[in-house]
Design a protein around this ligand. Sequence first.
Ligand code: 5RP
Length: 240
Amino acid sequence: MASPRATARLRPSPLSDEQGVVERHKQAAAQAAAELVQNGMRVGLGTGSTVAHLLGAIAARRLRGLRCVATSPATERAARELGLKVEELDEVGELDIAIDGADQIDPAGWLIKGGGAAQTREKIVAAAAKRFVVIASAEKAVQELVPPVPLEILHFGARCTLDALSPARLREVPDSPDGNLIADYLGEIGDPAQLAARLSATPGVVEHGLFAPELVSEMLIAGKNGIERRLGGKRDQPAD
Ligand code: 5RP
């Protein structure tokens, strides 16, 4: 029989109380968003640990005729394993709803995304959706955005691109699914609109992780007092 010490080593390390609370909040936000999905909808699926809860919650509803688009290979795999039908964005076209997590949410509704290096596909999917819903645990809501801001950059001239955005550094992760490098801008953020314009205008930057409020329909932020619903600036809101 295994000694108590050996048994302890085999057991997965339990979540700390704080991590457990955050996971429950992610789950609550994901569950609330899953309830917005209806039979026959074309659904954009984000990437990350909050979205992992969402996939399970959508699958558990056993809706008919869903057509999903995934923002990363990891999401695509997980969604398919749960029995969700995943297609290419260009096969599906406009999406009824897209749901995704965020790394930071500021009071004006600016987001930083791309902790999971999927910001380029995530932004394309958010823009293709009539309704883009952000789901997050309460610690993602901040008074002010702080670096890093994730970047996807071309291999060609990557050093020059990073020098133009100094301080910035490459992230030690595999290339993006579209064959590009992932990096982080580490400088001051200041006005997010100005920084977003600067990042977009820098040659070699494919996409950055600043998401403007106009991309977002609503944010479901789960904390100890339940779910706070904040409206974003995307105007194509359904009536409900
Ligand atoms: C991936 C993302 C994620 O949505 C963001 O990093 C939040 O992740 P998590 O839900 O794991 O906290 O932008 O590129």
